[in-house]
Ligand binder design. Structure first.
Ligand code: SAH
Length: 348
């Protein structure tokens, strides 16, 4: 097992059989070794820096019906909201004054936010905060729409592939196609975005064979960012009684991704922090180097409930900033408030 991890560390690659063998046979000792190697790799490329991004949750209206997600369209118990441009700019102002230089604008697929509105929003933010990066996470759009946002000044786009298993994808995303999601990722890349993909861990019926597909898919896509988080059930979804993903499996996969894609930007996700009080710290120890504290107005935080037990719903932006900084420092890392672009990224 140690030999296989060494091979992954030095080649940044393993084939399908080897990855499956690794996942099937990882014990405590080899998991510790994986952590050590993932840590060495992050230190070599990014040092002990953990990049901070301010997350703004624009809207919880969504036309999609992803079976695991609390804001799916058929959840009529969800109390819907959307932020106005003024509210969004206020979040940016608060975030900017706290030192954030990346804003992540995330939301359900809400057609109220037309391309014109999104373009206007991007331009308004860039007008005021030209030194900030804008990351969008607004789901599947056409090439033309992605291009308009990019031309308006958006820098990055997050679109998890969710799961690279065709069968699982189909069962969890009614009316959606994995091929389409992959097409979106390829469009985003060709337009010039820094692109983030990623997947859920611990979905019902998800097996090691499925994670191997996720890992091979990511190796092939070679994105700039990879978001990996545990699935957590939401009480008003069909998966309400399902088991959640584990910290162990999530951090193992974070560690493997750090070795497969040494320079990737890898968040310790809020979902990971929601299933374990030290979840994000554990992710960081396995090579994660990004966190996304919440900048949304506190009165909408609980409404943007993708899963149950989301952390930090009551804290003001400044408290979140302080809390996460303390956590990162105590874990032996340092926060970095810069734009935090991918290491190989340079703007032309
Ligand atoms: N509409 C955007 C943003 C989706 S929300 C998009 O399609 O990309 C951001 C992420 O939350 C999703 O990509 C999904 O992986 C995650 N998520 C949704 N429901 C979840 C749940 N129940 N548990 C854990 N993560 C969840």
């Amino acid at each position: 097992m140690i030999k296989l991890i060494d091979q992954l560390y030095s080649d940044n690659d393993l084939n399908e059989k080897e990855l499956l063998y690794l996942l099937n046979n990882l014990d405590q000792e080899s998991r510790n070794y994986l952590m050590k190697k993932a840590h060495e790799t992050r230190m070599a490329h990014y040092g002990d820096a953990v990049y901070m991004r301010g997350l703004i949750e624009l809207s919880n209206y969504c036309k999609r019906n992803c079976v695991y997600c609390g804001i799916r369209t058929t959840n009529n118990k969800a109390e819907r909201y959307r932020l106005s441009l003024d509210q969004i700019l206020q979040c940016c102002e608060i975030g900017y004054n706290l030192g954030y230089r990346t804003f992540v604008l995330q939301g359900g697929e809400d057609d109220y936010f037309s391309d014109d509105k999104i373009v206007n929003m991007i331009k308004s933010i860039k007008d005021k905060y030209a030194d900030c990066a804008i990351t969008l996470s607004l789901g599947e759009k056409s090439y033309e729409s992605y291009k308009k946002y990019y031309d308006a000044g958006a820098d990055r786009y997050l679109l998890r592939h969710e799961t690279a298993s065709k069968k699982l994808y189909k069962s969890l995303h009614p009316g959606m196609r994995l091929e389409n999601r992959i097409q979106c990722l390829s469009d985003l890349k060709s337009i010039g975005y820094q692109v983030g993909s990623g997947f859920l861990v611990g979905l019902p019926n998800q097996r090691n064979e499925d994670y191997v597909k996720d890992l091979l898919f990511l190796k092939d896509l070679n994105p700039h960012m990879v978001g990996i988080g545990p699935f957590i059930p939401h009480e008003h979804t069909p998966l309400k009684d399902a088991d959640k993903g584990t910290v162990e499996m999530t951090t193992t996969l974070i560690g493997i991704v750090r070795l497969l894609l040494p320079k990737v930007l890898l968040p310790a996700t809020t979902a990971l922090g929601s299933i374990d009080p030290l979840g994000r710290e554990k992710g960081i120890q396995f090579g994660a180097n990004v966190v996304m504290p919440n900048l949304s107005p506190t009165n909408v935080r609980e409404k943007y409930a993708l899963y149950d037990g989301k952390i930090c719903t009551g804290d003001e932006a400044a408290e979140c900033r302080q809390c996460i900084e303390g956590r990162i420092n105590r874990a032996g890392f340092s926060i970095n408030m810069s734009r935090g672009d991918h290491k190989d990224w340079s703007e032309v």
